[in-house]
Write a protein that binds this ligand. Structure first.
Ligand SMILES: C[S@@+](CC[C@H](N)C(=O)[O-])C[C@H]1O[C@@H](n2cnc3c(N)ncnc32)[C@H](O)[C@@H]1O
Length: 341
């Protein structure tokens, strides 16, 4: 089964490599850093233990497996409908009045006003630049696209506000998770970033995301909901070490796939900060206590190599990044498959 959510560091394109180095037989699949869950969803094993630090991600997985999934689906579909309405608004004298009816949240009109003003400025700027170069001004259709994006933008900022309120309260109910999901789908470049006060502050991705469907993953979520392997998967939330401790460092016939945040200081997954070098050391020491077969997939850095070179087997492979913000990781980076077997 494919993944249910787009997640930074997703391993769908590395599945072949992972499988090549996986042990031939094992009992349970254990994922202490499950993230987008490329491996466990692909394996469809009825004996899976999955953990992640993100309470929202794990709650999402849990909801998909319960009757609450249908409420999640309903909320996501409702927000999708609002975006469709925005994208079909006729551009005429009644535009603003019709736009204002799409969402009833107290802040919607404020965001709408701000977004429209910003688009008016933007249209004027583009047309001015075009006049200087002798080009014709934006066509009616191009202007319409700008105005409609003001509405989808205002919707995004309302969704983000609702999400932030729930996030700060750690509500972890279906409503919270639905808005979390939607905001993640529509945030600029799929980024995750929180302010120092813990508010998700990534702006709307803009025109290029207007056509993005919020409902395209609902079908795969429903397949997961109905799948016996998914129903028997056990989820946990929290730090990996606590997870290892809870299961007594796992058994000889378990296979643990370890996909931690990279030792690069770039990738952020939550509002609580980075995965530090101390965490990398703690991870290595935790793995050493386990009698299970353990495979790690990490980006090569001298520090990582120094942690594992004496007691583990290390294979190198190349991979290209799918998340490529500001060309930070454009060069071909070496990746390592580290095993204790
Ligand atoms: C590289 S991603 C995993 C990607 C995943 N294998 C996939 O295919 O999408 C790393 C994950 O580790 C989680 N994480 C960060 N710190 C953690 C910690 N201390 N304990 C457990 N999980 C943590 C992040 O939330 C993130 O989902």
């Amino acid at each position: 089964m494919r993944t249910l959510i787009k997640w930074a560091g997703g391993k769908t394109s590395e599945l072949e490599t992972i499988k090549k180095y996986m042990p031939e037989t094992f009992n349970r699949i254990v994922e202490p850093f499950v993230g987008g869950g490329a491996l466990f969803l692909d394996m469809e094993s009825t004996k899976t233990l999955a953990n992640d630090f993100s309470p929202e991600l794990i709650k999402f997985y849990e909801i998909v497996g319960t009757a609450d999934f249908f409420l999640l689906k309903e909320i996501i579909s409702k927000l999708h409908e609002q975006r469709i309405r925005a994208l079909n608004l006729p551009i005429n004298g009644g535009f603003l009045e019709e736009a204002a009816k799409i969402n009833s949240h107290k802040s919607f009109n404020q965001y709408l006003d701000r977004e429209i003003k910003s688009k008016i400025k933007r249209i004027a700027k583009i047309n001015m630049a075009r006049a200087i170069t002798g080009d014709s001004p934006l066509s009616d259709e191009e202007v319409a696209i700008q105005y409609r994006t003001a509405v989808t933008g205002a919707l995004y900022y309302v969704y983000r506000e609702i999400y932030n309120d729930a996030h700060q309260a750690q509500a972890l109910d279906v409503n919270h998770i639905a808005y979390w999901y939607v905001v993640k789908q529509l945030a600029f470049s799929g980024m995750t970033r929180y302010s120092t006060s813990g508010k998700f502050n990534v702006p709307y991705a803009g025109i290029s995301y207007d056509s993005r469907s919020l409902v395209h993953n609902l079908e795969i979520m429903e397949s997961a909901h109905n799948a016996p392997f998914y129903q028997s998967t056990e989820f946990r939330t929290g730090d990996f070490e606590k997870f290892f401790e809870e299961f007594d460092y796992f058994d000889v016939d378990d296979f643990i796939f370890v996909d931690p945040p990279y030792d690069d200081g770039f990738t952020k997954y939550n509002s609580k900060g980075d995965f530090t070098r101390e965490d990398q050391i703690r991870l290595r020491d935790t793995i050493k206590k386990s009698s299970a077969k353990v495979m790690l997939l990490v980006k090569q850095t001298d520090f990582i190599t120094s942690l594992y070179e004496s007691d583990f087997n290390i294979q190198t492979f190349n991979k290209n990044y799918s998340v490529n913000l500001k060309n930070r990781n454009k060069q071909d980076v070496q990746h390592l498959i580290i095993t204790n077997y």
